[in-house]
Design a protein around this ligand. Structure first.
Ligand SMILES: [Cu+2]
Length: 470
């Protein structure tokens, strides 16, 4: 039970000057029923049925929290609790989150709205909620110990403030942060502008997701919370490819994507086939004169980036973090590079002792994606995703922007694979390929060497090749 003192403290009402009317109003109204979500699907946009109208966002593999309008105040109820999150088909993780999911639901409000958020703590330890990026009274900032008492297990606190600034924000605990964020406690907050805004364009599709990371050993279910940098699962909204839904849009749609980073490293987010503009951050909208075109934008730790573009090229366009180890799932990675090393003979010898021993990486790691190697239960494959032309050989922070001319406005269904017009797909060349001419020069250096190297030495190049050519 919430003690009255904690309740008023969190509500920003000074200890001595508690208004009985305020108590009565809350008590009479009761708490809004918490809404719980258990499906990991991308939920359709939640069109507002009360308050000022706006064009709602779509949270990738997530959802927006419904609210209750109580005498002009938008009331939300967040429940901090352990959750079972399907991170990809066949791989579930025991995380902490809000209202049945990690991340928690997206909260959408309108600039100027008075917002009241009840937070019930069903975790085994205390928590708090910090509303990242918001202008609010100091006592509503959610830093346990500094601006409020922490919310003990079983307690419900109430936060109340006016959403003053339109934009893209996040929420997360400010109590035992390293544990609670490593366990998946976070969510998005979108404040829509209350009227036409010079720097905030109207768009046809407005997507959002959080970058997050976990360290879960293959075959286990619970993240290691002491990990500082060496995470092995790089996720969007606690999903990893091929578990991340595609972003499905109609040809010539104006598209906005809001990305927040609550991992411990930066992520250069890259879109194929289009240029975009960074139109805003969690600090607000960017003036037009300060915007420039990009195809990759780095989202640093604790930052948000809001990108916009017109989807005017049909097709299935990759959309991913450009750190290549972030588009892979959990793997043993303290492994030397084996490209070009023929270790089959050694493999055979080891096989006679350990029948399951497998030789890896002789021709690169791509073989891994099509190899049916035994993996422990509850483990996502390292690189996978079956595309129309074979394995995509990806994991982690990877998805696809699907642009189609027959996608209906407001329809977010996956349209399936793109059907390329005849003659527009890269093909094997059928003609004769001449041997490439190779220069005899030792290199293209701009100046001659001052002296010859003392000894001629040779680096043996071992090219990956088919068996039997050695
Ligand atoms: Cu990354």
């Amino acid at each position: 039970m919430t003690s009255r003192r904690d309740f008023f403290k969190a509500a920003g009402i000074a200890g001595g000057a508690v208004s009985a009317a305020t108590v009565g109003r809350f008590a009479l109204a009761g708490l809004p029923e918490p809404v719980i979500q258990s499906k990991p699907d991308t939920m359709p946009p939640l069109v507002p049925n009360t308050g000022r109208p706006y064009n709602p966002v779509v949270t990738l593999n997530g959802w927006t929290l419904p609210w209750r309008m109580n005498q002009g105040v938008k009331e939300f109820h967040l429940v901090a609790e352990p959750v079972l999150r399907e991170m990809a088909p066949g791989f579930k993780a025991h995380l902490w989150g809000y209202n049945g999911q990690s991340p928690g639901p997206t909260i959408e409000v309108v600039e100027g709205d008075r917002v009241r958020i009840f937070v019930t703590n069903k975790l085994p330890e205390h928590t708090s909620v910090h509303w990242h990026g918001q202008r609010l009274p100091n006592g509503m900032d959610g830093v346990s110990g500094l601006t409020q008492r922490s919310i003990k297990p079983g307690q419900t606190f109430v936060y109340e403030f006016i959403a003053r600034r339109p934009g893209s924000f996040m929420y997360h605990p400010h109590a035992d942060e390293m544990t609670q964020m490593a366990m998946g406690m976070m969510g998005l907050w979108i404040t829509h502008p209350k009227e036409k805004h010079l720097l905030i364009d109207e768009v046809n599709r407005d997507f959002c997701f959080l970058l997050n990371a976990f360290d879960i050993d293959p075959g286990s279910y619970t993240p290691k919370t002491m990990t500082m940098l060496d995470f092995n699962l790089w996720s969007w909204n606690s999903r990893i490819f091929p578990g991340i839904d595609s972003l499905n849009v109609r040809l010539n749609d104006k598209v906005r994507i809001r990305v927040g980073n609550l991992t411990m490293t930066n992520h250069p987010i890259h879109l194929h086939g289009h240029e975009f503009t960074v139109t805003g951050t969690d600090g607000g909208a960017i003036p037009h004169t300060a915007r420039w075109p990009e195809v990759t934008t780095d989202v640093a730790v604790g930052q948000m980036r809001q990108i916009e573009f017109v989807a005017d090229e049909e097709g299935d366009w990759s959309f991913h973090c450009h750190k290549s180890h972030h588009t892979m799932n959990a793997m043993g990675h303290n492994v030397p590079t084996m490209i070009g090393v023929d270790h089959r003979d050694i493999g055979k010898k080891i096989n006679s002792l350990i029948p399951d021993y497998m030789v890896m990486g002789e021709r690169g790691m791509a073989d891994m994606s099509e190899m049916e190697m035994p993996i422990p239960d509850n483990t996502a494959p390292m690189m996978t995703g079956e595309g129309p032309f074979g394995s995509v050989e990806m994991g982690g922070m990877f998805s696809v922007l699907k642009v189609r001319k027959d996608q209906k406005p407001g329809d977010y269904k996956n349209p399936g694979w793109y059907k390329h017009p005849a003659g527009t797909v890269a093909q094997p060349y059928k003609g004769v390929v001449a041997k490439p001419a190779r220069s005899n020069s030792a290199g293209g250096q701009s100046m001659p060497r001052a002296q010859k190297s003392s000894k001629n030495f040779e680096v043996q190049i071992r090219k990956p090749s088919a068996h039997g050519e050695h």
